[in-house]
Each structure stands twice: as structure tokens, then as C-alpha cells.
Design a protein around this ligand. Structure first.
Ligand SMILES: Cc1ncc(COP(=O)(O)O)c(C=O)c1O
Length: 391
């Protein structure tokens, strides 16, 4: 067995699934706020585009992806972020963003080099760490702090560490905290990465789920050494389709495109055609955001009424909530779970390094607003009772 696998803790979502299965056995109604996989249907026109694109003869898709899809993404990016990207040299369609994030360090980390650190903030989406470990890089988690608005502050990291760093991952709007980053933050982060010749990887899969000002892309602040990862999963309700793209610095994109031929992850042609129709339309995105906002507002009102503190979510469908003072998050989350409300404990977003060093305590837990509005209303009633049991 690969040594890396042995050193990893269980993938958090698998653990959650086990707990959910045992609740089901007991006949308890489950309100699943655990996994970030919304249940709103994929718009009709996207499903139709997929069906119509299924060919009689199906052949291998290319790593470069369809030209018409790349052209459409380029237009979308220009409209949305005001940045011009060459569709032939600066955009690669991917099979969702997860695989592209995981595979990235396999191409850009040389385990023999000194410059092989990969910095990311925690709590974090676990794939930044896993890709790094499989690639033989050095994992460098940095705790994100409430007083920094959960921003990964490179200006606070020692020069000697930055000099050894090959890749920095940022992710704003952020999973799991819902934090968003201002323009000044992106400016500074891009500048530091360019100064230290670090590849800035900006995971932007939540930029389209927002309720107030539009979130930024790192590419608005510089192209050199910057790569962004986008996805249709959350934007268009297409988690099952596996479709996204990687874009940015031409020299990085061209090497990544060349090496991706090894991975067998080219997006199927009919998925790309469905993706093309999704990137062309903004109405369904507005409608999805209206629904997520309704759920967010409902929850915020509830959390305020029971006096829980949380990071106000301007974007994403996550709420990062603090356990009531004096009650360990583990106990509070367990009580919710026993009553059918599945949420993710903050520790699920620690890195393996933090777990190994016993440095993984969190007073937070994450609610993913994925059940329907009606289910959210029902769950709130159950939650209220659970909360009262602690008073
Ligand atoms: C921060 C973050 N990045 C990337 C992904 C991967 O999304 P996908 O592979 O569906 O595009 C997720 C999924 O939950 C995520 O939360």
C-alpha cells in the first residue's frame, strides 16, 4: 500500500455517511446539513443539452476540451471578472474542480527540490493537503483566525518558509467558513506570490454563490503565477456532471494541459456540451442564489433568536457556527446528530498534520444549507428543542 494513504485520516464525508446510516436504521428523520451537495434540481435546459449531445458513436474526448466550450468560458470570464483569457492557451476544461485540484501538485511539485512546500489555510477543503501528500510535497497548513476574517495571511508567514514554497492555495468565498476576501487581500496575496515565485492557486468554486457584492477572482489582480479553479457544481446544480475549468498563467496552463494527458480525466464531450449551455446562462444562477439566500436568512434569524454566534455568510451556502459558550462543539453537534440534524464538526476540516500534532480543536461547526426550504423549517423546530436541552 502507498505510504501516503496510511498517514491520512479518514475522509470526513465517509465518516458522516456512516453516522447517517445508523440514524436511518433507528428510523430517525434525517436533516442533512453535512455534505455540500444541494438538492435543487439541475435546470431543465442543461439536462436537455446533455441528452441531445449524447452521440451514436462515442469517442475519446481531448485533454484540451471543446473549442466552443473554451470560447464560451472565455466570454463568461470577461463578462464576470473583466479579465480576457485566451481560450486556446489559458483555459482547460476539467472533470469538476476536485480532480484538477488534486492532480495539480503532481505536475508542479518535485519531491527532490527544496522548494516543495504547499501552504493552505485550515479549516480547509481536504484536497489541497491530499494532492500535496500524494505528490511528495511538504504540507504547510496555516490556522485561519477569526480576527483575520479567516483570511490566509501570507504577510504574516516567515520569509524562509515562503522561499521554500511552491504552491499557495486560497479559497474565497471559503469552505467551510463562508468568508469572502476583499480586493486588497487578493492584491497583496498575488504580489507576495509573484515576489517569491510561488504559484497562487485560487479555488473559486463558490464565487457564483453570493448574496451581497460579487466575489472577486484572483486573476483580476494579476495573471503571472496565478491559476484559478472554477466549477459548475455549485453554480449550476451540476455536482453529478463533474464539470469545471482551470485558467490562468499561460506557461503553467500549457504544462498542466500537457501532463493531464496522463491522468485520464478529460471531460466527456456530452458533459462539455451541457457545460457550454450552463456557462451561457445567468438566470438560473440568480434563481439559485435567491433560494440559498432565503435559506440563509431563515437560519440567521433562527441563530440570532437562540443567541448562537456565527460568521455572517455573504456568500456560499455554508454557515460557520460557534458552539454555545461552555459547551464543547463535539457535545453540541452530537446532540444535534442524535436528533437527526447532521452538521459537520469543525475538526473535519483540520489537516492530517494538525491531527497528528494534536492541534485540531475547534469550537465551530458547519451547516451546509442543502436541504429544501421546507426541510430547513422543520429542522429548525427540532434544533430549537435540542438547544433548549442545554439551557
Ligand atoms: C472548496 C471546494 N473546492 C472544490 C470543491 C470541488 O467541487 P467540484 O469537484 O464538484 O467542482 C469543493 C466541493 O465541495 C469545495 O468545497
Amino acid at each position: 500500500m502507498n505510504k501516503t494513504i496510511k498517514s491520512l485520516k479518514n475522509y470526513p464525508m465517509e465518516e458522516l455517511n456512516r453516522i447517517k446510516a445508523s440514524l436511518k436504521e433507528k428510523g430517525i428523520k434525517i436533516y442533512d446539513f453535512g455534505t455540500g451537495d444541494p438538492r435543487e434540481p439541475t435546470p431543465d435546459f442543461i439536462r436537455k443539452a446533455l441528452i441531445e449531445a449524447v452521440p451514436e458513436v462515442s469517442q475519446y474526448p481531448s485533454v484540451a476540451g471543446r473549442k466552443d466550450l473554451r470560447d464560451t468560458i472565455s466570454k463568461w470570464f470577461k463578462n464576470r471578472f473583466g479579465v480576457s483569457l485566451n481560450p486556446d492557451t489559458q483555459i482547460i476544461p476539467s472533470a469538476g474542480s476536485k480532480e484538477a485540484i488534486f492532480h495539480f501538485p503532481l505536475v508542479f511539485i518535485d519531491p527532490e527540490e527544496d522548494k516543495k512546500r504547499v501552504i493552505f489555510g485550515t479549516p480547509a477543503y481536504p484536497v489541497y493537503e491530499r494532492g500535496t501528500l500524494y505528490a511528495g510535497g511538504i504540507v504547510n497548513p496555516v490556522k485561519l483566525k477569526e480576527e483575520d476574517g479567516f483570511l490566509l495571511r501570507l504577510d504574516k508567514i516567515e520569509k524562509s518558509i515562503l522561499e521554500e514554497t511552491k504552491i499557495v492555495w486560497i479559497n474565497y468565498p471559503h469552505n467551510p467558513t463562508g468568508a469572502v476576501a476583499p480586493a486588497s487581500y487578493f492584491e497583496e496575496t498575488v504580489r507576495i506570490c509573484q515576489e517569491y515565485d510561488i504559484i497562487l492557486c485560487s479555488d473559486e468554486c463558490y464565487t457564483e454563490i453570493y448574496f451581497e457584492e460579487k466575489p472577486h477572482s484572483a486573476l483580476e489582480f494579476g495573471i503571472e503565477n496565478v491559476v484559478v479553479f472554477h466549477s459548475l457544481s455549485k453554480r449550476s446544480g451540476m455536482t453529478g456532471y463533474r464539470s469545471g475549468f482551470v485558467a490562468g498563467d499561460e506557461k503553467i496552463i500549457s504544462l498542466y494541459k500537457k501532463e493531464r494527458a496522463n491522468f485520464g480525466v478529460a471531460s466527456p464531450d456530452f458533459i462539455q456540451q451541457a457545460a457550454l449551455s450552463a456557462w451561457k446562462d445567468e438566470n438560473h444562477v440568480l434563481e439559485r442564489n435567491r433560494i440559498f439566500k432565503e435559506k440563509r436568512d431563515l437560519f440567521i434569524k433562527f441563530l440570532d433568536s437562540i443567541g448562537l454566534t456565527y460568521l455572517y455568510p455573504k456568500a456560499t451556502f455554508y454557515i460557520w457556527i460557534k458552539s454555545p459558550s461552555g459547551i464543547p462543539a463535539k457535545d453540541y453537534v452530537k446532540a444535534l446528530l442524535e436528533n437527526g440534524i447532521v452538521v459537520s464538526i469543525g475538526e473535519n476540516f483540520c489537516s492530517s498534520v494538525e491531527i497528528t500534532e494534536n492541534n485540531c480543536e475547534s469550537e465551530y461547526f458547519r451547516v451546509a444549507l442543502v436541504p429544501t426550504l421546507e426541510e430547513c423549517k422543520e429542522a429548525i423546530k427540532v434544533w430549537e428543542k435540542v438547544h433548549k436541552s442545554f439551557l
